[in-house]
Design a protein around this ligand. Structure first.
Ligand SMILES: [Zn+2]
Length: 425
């Protein structure tokens, strides 16, 4: 660790209260999703914070009142030195009426070494730590040779790909850190894709035709789409079991690759035979798989299931995959992310962790999903690394340990400095 960095790291202990205040400030902005469309004030705060520290800021509406913010601090020798994206989501999990919080979830409190409030762990702690690291570098007058990009995105909690929008807008870097909840582990992740499977009859029948449809001599070729959907569900369970037996990935318990029949909608009225049934599924897959591959596997299997049924064979189920928002078009994708432990960004991050905590960082996989997959899919080597643990994410009295938040801030200031002072490979 250079003398300059050593000095900054020491300052963080002295200025601990400022880090806590920054986190409290972020928590006070009420940004739960759902309902979403409430992040403008928080995002304006982040945009101003970055602007005041020399960043040029791009802020645009992804949805009304839900803007993304990307700040760019161009490096003094950007062509030759490593660039870095720091990414985090500003929205937090919803708070339902029945939740019994000690205090208002958006009035943060400090107690017994923790900060309590919605978003403390997921993930305003990570944002606060990274922003404070930026503040320290700025105040020390340190000019980074490599470029630093800070992305504060919206909609993560409802599968709205604020991060995908940043990628589509062309923001790239040599490495990205998603500062989402990881308990200071360096993590990759499996992927999630949701989909709708529809079984539809071309004809609509009265309830009174059921006898002709299902009994000998009835001679009516028709079916209840609800009953046919049970075959599809059974088929999905068989595939799920097959995956559990045949696939695995280090760090995941066997069978983590689940297919959840989450929502079913079907039938129009009790006086009809159900002529349409739709099933909403959530599929979890491993970091070394892609959603394109998963879609193919499911569709192929379900087509086989359908072809073994005389009616489904003539009325094949249809599929709609993914979506841009769980609340707008009822669908989402979180691409998977594999960590390359030999990538220089991962190594440098691990070294920064070691320098601050005097222990080796754990490199593993997140049991949940983050926006890291979108950055990875855009070809940016990416790691998840943030404070807070998942027991607290989305929980009542959500909290983050102050000690961990401070350690995190120290690691981030060290890593940003070191990575952006390293020549491009
Ligand atoms: Zn999160």
């Amino acid at each position: 660790m250079s003398v300059q960095i050593q000095h900054l790291v020491e300052q963080i202990d002295v200025r601990k209260d400022e880090v806590i205040d920054l986190l409290k400030k972020l928590i006070e902005f009420k940004t739960p999703a759902p309902p979403a469309r409430n992040t403008k004030d928080a995002q304006t705060f982040v945009a101003d914070f970055l602007r005041e520290r020399g960043f040029s800021v791009d802020m645009w509406d992804v949805y009304p009142n839900d803007p993304n913010v990307v700040g760019v601090l161009k490096g003094s020798d950007a062509d030759h030195f490593n660039s870095l994206i720091i990414n985090g989501h500003i929205d937090v999990a919803e708070v339902s009426e029945e939740e019994e919080w000690e205090l208002d979830p958006f009035t943060p409190i400090v107690k017994n070494g923790v900060v309590i409030g919605r978003g403390a762990a997921d993930m305003k702690g990570g944002l606060a730590g990274a922003l404070f690291a930026i503040q320290l570098l700025h105040e020390a007058g340190i000019e980074l040779p490599g470029s630093l990009l800070f992305q504060s995105v919206i909609g993560e909690e409802v599968g709205e790909a604020g991060t995908l929008e940043c990628c589509n807008r062309g923001y790239k870097a040599d490495f990205a850190v998603v500062v989402d909840t990881s308990d200071l582990h360096i993590q990759g992740q499996g992927g999630v894709i949701t989909g709708w499977i529809t079984v539809k009859s071309t004809q609509t029948f009265h309830d009174a035709t059921r006898r002709q449809m299902i009994h000998a001599g009835g001679k009516l070729f028709g079916a209840s789409t609800i009953e046919k959907m049970t075959k599809i569900i059974q088929g999905l369970q068989e595939l799920e079991r097959h995956w559990a037996v045949t696939k695995s990935y280090p760090g995941f318990l066997p069978g983590t690759n689940t297919i959840n029949p989450a929502v079913i909608e079907g039938g129009r009225h009790a006086a009809f035979i159900a002529d349409e049934c739709r099933l909403w599924i959530t599929v979890h897959y491993y970091p070394n798989e892609s959603y394109e591959q998963i879609i193919k596997e499911i569709e192929k299997h379900i087509r086989h299931v359908a072809s073994a049924d005389p009616w489904l064979r003539e009325n094949l189920p249809t599929f709609e995959w993914g979506g841009k928002s769980m609340i707008v078009d009822r669908g989402e994708i979180f691409p998977s992310l594999e960590i390359d432990p030999n990538h220089s960004g991962v190594k440098k991050l691990a070294a920064a962790h070691h320098a601050v905590l005097q222990e080796n960082v754990v490199v593993d996989v997140s049991p949940t999903v983050t926006d890291g997959g979108w950055l990875g899919e855009a070809g940016i080597p990416t790691a998840i690394y943030g404070p807070g643990n998942l027991q607290n994410a989305h929980a009542v009295n959500e909290q983050v340990s102050i000690e961990q938040l401070i350690e995190y801030t120290k690691v981030m200031v060290t890593f940003i400095y070191e990575w952006c002072h390293t020549q491009k490979a």
